[in-house]
Design a protein around this ligand. Structure first.
Ligand code: KG4
Length: 343
């Protein structure tokens, strides 16, 4: 398939609906974004303090075809020009995934275009290819989104090995939950990031978790130690200094993410490191990686902020690499809410 495609541009329509963003995009050759349409539901879920799955599914139903139509129009192409339709089939909220997946299958059924199922986390990794033309595997990717935290060895465009993963909460979850407890609301990550600007990063301390000889993570104990600090302050009638607390907490989480990633670099000898997923937008994490980069001579890649969080361009990019590697799914492809990365 690679040779057949080599002399011709390959256009992929990507569709994403795994959580609270409905998105569609057209990407050329896995690296050039021709359109990138996102309909975010975040404002609707804010009053509930988190994503309400049924509301998310219903809103995806309203938004999915308008997003696809806009993505084709903005790219100035028709469905006929598209080589394959790539869609997220997991991990994510099952009802939400089914909307994008059914829309993609419907389009494939009527147009005869190939369907390519994409792992959402693979999409996050591929956001890096959309930002850096020069980035080629192998590299290490720290994938940190709302529901996942893992260190991935990207051996080739579609050959991924998970070197370490969280055993409980994702880093994003640990930030979002504490953000809610200290009254910052939803979505917590960006609000916590903003609140911590200028704060004292050593004002508060949190527990450390030892993961033995593994490259795994554990954030639930750290989250509990943050909750204990908040509760103890309340019992003493003292106010938490929100800015200092946010700065200390995010710096602590960032130091753990960096430590394990640097360990992965040492074990593999690969110094090219990328970040991926919503939490990779975090300024404390980026600062910690910048410092590690100077210390250990890393070559760092951060996707731009818009491509860190959920979007369909990254799904189209991952779909492109899967497609040219020969992946085509049948129309009975189902949603897999707990889909894992790697073999
Ligand atoms: O990748 P993403 O959009 O969705 C998933 O696939 O999970 O990530 C969403 C996560 C949320 O936890 C959100 O709070 C977090 O990314 N996030 C941030 C920042 N921007 C988004 N977390 C910390 N700092 C940020 N600046």
């Amino acid at each position: 398939m690679r040779e057949i495609m080599a002399d011709k541009d390959v256009l992929i329509l990507g569709i994403e609906s795994s959580c609270d963003e409905t998105a569609a995009s057209v990407v050329k050759n896995g690296r050039v974004i021709l359109s990138d349409v996102i309909a975010s539901q975040a404002d609707f879920h804010e009053k509930y303090g988190g994503v309400v799955p049924e509301i998310a599914s219903r809103m995806h139903v309203d938004a999915v075809y308008p997003c696809i139509k806009s993505a084709l129009e903005q790219a100035k192409v028709s469905l006929n020009d598209i080589d394959a339709i790539a869609v997220t089939y997991g991990p994510g909220l099952v009802g939400a995934l089914l909307v994008g997946l059914s829309a993609a299958k419907g389009l494939c059924a009527v147009s005869g275009k190939p369907l390519v199922g994409v792992n959402h986390l693979h999409g996050h990794i591929c956001a890096n290819y959309l930002c850096f033309d020069e980035l080629k595997p192998p590299f290490i990717c720290l994938c940190v989104s709302g529901g996942n935290t893992q260190i991935v060895l990207v051996k080739d465009y579609t050959d991924l090995e998970v070197l370490g993963r969280t055993r409980d909460d994702a880093a994003g979850e640990a930030i979002d939950k504490i953000a809610r407890v200290i009254g910052l609301g939803y979505p917590g990550g960006p609000k916590m990031d903003k609140a911590g600007q200028g704060g004292n990063v050593t004002a508060y301390t949190f527990s450390k978790t030892h993961m033995g000889d593994t490259l795994d993570f554990s954030f639930s104990g750290i989250k509990t130690s943050a909750l204990n600090t908040i509760n103890q302050s309340k019992q003493k009638g003292e106010e938490i200094n929100i800015s200092d607390f946010a700065a200390s907490y995010q710096t602590h989480i960032a130091s753990i993410l960096v430590k394990q990633t640097v360990e992965a670099v040492k074990r593999t000898g690969i110094k090219k490191v990328s970040l991926a997923g919503g939490v990779s937008a975090n300024s404390f994490l980026r600062k910690a990686f910048d410092e590690a980069s100077n210390k250990y001579g890393l070559e760092l890649f951060y996707p731009n902020l818009r491509l860190c969080t959920d979007n369909a361009a990254m799904i189209a990019s991952a779909g492109y690499f899967e497609f040219i590697n020969g992946r085509v799914d049948t129309l009975d492809l189902n949603a897999l809410p707990s889909l894992k990365l790697g073999k």
